[in-house]
Design a protein around this ligand. Structure first.
Ligand code: DMJ
Length: 487
C-alpha cells in the first residue's frame, strides 16, 4: 500500500463548500507544499538528548515516589490532593498504576521500583475480587496488556498467570455472544456479561493482548475469540467499505452507522494493522487494506482554518454516514491524532505526516492540545486534556518509520509544553481547561501516562539498550510486546 493509490473524488468537499467552508478541491494530496511549507513547531533540548531522557526518567521516578507514598496499591494517584482513586471498583483496588508502569520501569532501568511493583502484584492483585461490571476493552488494554508486557520484561511467571486469569474473566463476553463481537461488560466476581450495544474500539482492540497470551501459553482460544470479534464487524461493512460506530452484538445490527476514525472507533483500525504486524495474519492485512482506502476516500478532507493563509490547508478526518458517505460532523477529537502514526506505519507516510502537521498547527494557539477541536475555526469544543498521549504516540511512530529528526523535535517541544501544563508537586496531573492562563489543573495521573507517553519520550530521547529500535511492537496502551531486550 502507498500514498499513490489515494486519489478519490471529493463529493464530500462539495457538501462542505455548500456550507461556506473553504476547502481544497481536486485530489487528496493536491499540493504537497500546503503542509510542507508549514512552520515546524519543534525544538531541540538545550542540554542534549541524553539530558532530556534523564529528565523524563526523573519525572517518572518523582511521580512514582509520590504514588508509592500517597497511593500505593491503589489504581490511580490524585497528585494535587495527595489522595487516590480506583479505576474499576471503588471498593477493590487492583494496582492499575503498577500494572501500567511495569515495562516503562524496565526500559528506564528502574529495577528496584520494578521489583517492588512485581511483588505487589504477586501478593495482592486479585481481579476476581472486583464486584462492579468492568469494560472488556479497558481491562484488556490496561490490565492484560500491562501484565503481559511486564512478563516479557521480567520473565516473572506470576505476571503471565495473572494476565491469563483476567483474560479468562473476559473470555465469556466473546464466547457467549451470538455474533462473536463481545458484550461490553463483565462482572469479574459473578461472571455475568452485559452491554449489548458495543463500540467498535471496544469490540476490536483485543487481538494484540489475546494473541500474545495465546502464543505465550499455547492456547489458541484467546486469539480466535479476538479475531472472530474483528471479523464480526468487518463482515457488516457497507457497500462503501465503511463501518459504523456502534453494533448490537446480539443481533449484529448497526446501532450507530456513523463512520469515523475518532473514538469510540479509533483503535479498531489500529488493531487491524497490528494483527498483521504482530502475528503475520494476512486476513488482518486484507481487512485493513479494504477499509483504509474507503476511510481516506470518504473521510479525509483538506480544510483551511478561518484566519489562516489561503495556501495553508490541513488534513482532517470527518465523520460520515457509512452507507451514503454524507457528512455527519467535522469535529475532531484529540484521540484521533493517533491515526497519523497508524497511517505512517501502514505505508501512508505522507498522509500521516500531513495529519500530524494539522495537529501541530494548533500549538500556536494552545499550550497543549484540547480534547476536542472545530477544525474550521480552530476553537476548542472540549477544553480539557486528560494527559493524552496520542500526539506523542504519532510523533514516535512516524519517527520510527521515517527516522526524521523533526518528529523527535516535535515530541520534545510537546514534552516541554505538557510538563509546563501538568507538573505539580506530587507529579503530573490532567488539565481541565487548556484555554486559561495558566491552565486549570484537575487531580489525576492517568494510568496510561505511565504506559504511553513517558515511554515514547524516553525511547525517543534516550538510546535505550533494552529496546530494539528496528523490530518492535507497542500496543494501543503503549505496552511493548516485541522489542524488549533482556540480558
Ligand atoms: C489509551 O487508553 C489508549 O491509547 C486507548 O486506545 C485510547 N486512548 C487512551 C488514552 O487517551
Amino acid at each position: 500500500m502507498s500514498d499513490q493509490i489515494l486519489l478519490p473524488r471529493r463529493t464530500l468537499l462539495r457538501t462542505m463548500l455548500a456550507g461556506g467552508v473553504a476547502v481544497a478541491g481536486g485530489a487528496l494530496l493536491p499540493d504537497a507544499t500546503a503542509f510542507a511549507e508549514a512552520p515546524v513547531v519543534g525544538s531541540r533540548p538545550p542540554g542534549g538528548w541524553g539530558a532530556a531522557a534523564a529528565d523524563v526518567r526523573n519525572e517518572l521516578l518523582h511521580t512514582w515516589n509520590s504514588y508509592r507514598r500517597l497511593a500505593w496499591g491503589h489504581d490511580e494517584l490524585h497528585p494535587v490532593s495527595g489522595t487516590f482513586g480506583e479505576f474499576f471498583d471503588q471498593a477493590h483496588p487492583v494496582g492499575l498504576t503498577i500494572v501500567e508502569a511495569l515495562d516503562t520501569l524496565y526500559l528506564m532501568g528502574l529495577d528496584a521500583e520494578l521489583a517492588e511493583g512485581v511483588a505487589w502484584i504477586r501478593d495482592h492483585l486479585d481481579f476476581r475480587a472486583v464486584t462492579q461490571p468492568v469494560q472488556i476493552f479497558e481491562t484488556n488494554i490496561r490490565m492484560v496488556g500491562g501484565l503481559l508486557s511486564g512478563y516479557l520484561a521480567t520473565a516473572e511467571r506470576a505476571l503471565l498467570d495473572k494476565a491469563r486469569d483476567i483474560a479468562d474473566v473476559l473470555l465469556p463476553a466473546f464466547t457467549q455472544s451470538p455474533t462473536g463481537a463481545p458484550y461490553r461488560f463483565v462482572n469479574p466476581s459473578t461472571g455475568a456479561v452485559s452491554g449489548t450495544s458495543n463500540f467498535l474500539a471496544e469490540i476490536g482492540t483485543i487481538i494484540a493482548e489475546f494473541g500474545t497470551l495465546s502464543r505465550l501459553v499455547g492456547d489458541d482460544r484467546y486469539y480466535q475469540a479476538a479475531k472472530k470479534a474483528v471479523k464480526a464487524v468487518y463482515d457488516r461493512r457497507s457497500s462503501l467499505n465503511l463501518v459504523g460506530t456502534t453494533l448490537n452484538i446480539e443481533t449484529g445490527a448497526w446501532v450507530n452507522g456513523t463512520a469515523s476514525i475518532h473514538p469510540p472507533v479509533d483503535s479498531y483500525f489500529e488493531y487491524l494493522w497490528d494483527g498483521w504486524d504482530l502475528f503475520g495474519d494476512a486476513d488482518f492485512k486484507n481487512w485493513y487494506g479494504v477499509l483504509t482506502p474507503a476511510i481516506i476516500a470518504h473521510e479525509a478532507v483538506w480544510l483551511r482554518m478561518q484566519g489562516q493563509q489561503p495556501s495553508r490547508q490541513h488534513l482532517w478526518f470527518v465523520r460520515v454516514n457509512m452507507d451514503t458517505g454524507a457528512l455527519v460532523s467535522t469535529g475532531q477529537s484529540e484521540l484521533g491524532s493517533f491515526y497519523a502514526g497508524l497511517l505512517g506505519q501502514s505505508g501512508y507516510v505522507r498522509l500521516g505526516e500531513a495529519y500530524l502537521d494539522s495537529w501541530t498547527s494548533l500549538l500556536d494557539r494552545y499550550l497543549i492540545l484540547p480534547e476536542g477541536i472545530d477544525p474550521l475555526s480552530g476553537n476548542a469544543t472540549s477544553v480539557g486534556n486528560a494527559l493524552r498521549p496520542e500526539y506523542v504516540d504519532s510523533a514516535f511512530n512516524l519517527w520510527l518509520v521515517t527516522h526524521k529528526e523533526q518528529f523527535r523535535e516535535l515530541a520534545y517541544d510537546y514534552y516541554v509544553r505538557q510538563k509546563a501544563a501538568s507538573r505539580v508537586d506530587n507529579g503530573w496531573t490532567i488539565v481541565t481547561n487548556v484555554t486559561t492562563d495558566p491552565v486549570t489543573h484537575g487531580d489525576l495521573t492517568s494510568g496510561y501516562w505511565w504506559s504511553e507517553q513517558m515511554k515514547y519520550w524516553y525511547l525517543m530521547f534516550g538510546n535505550v539498550d533494552r529496546f530494539d529500535y528496528t523490530n518492535n511492537y507497542l500496543s494501543t496502551e503503549g505496552n511493548v510486546f516485541r522489542g524488549l531486550k533482556r540480558p
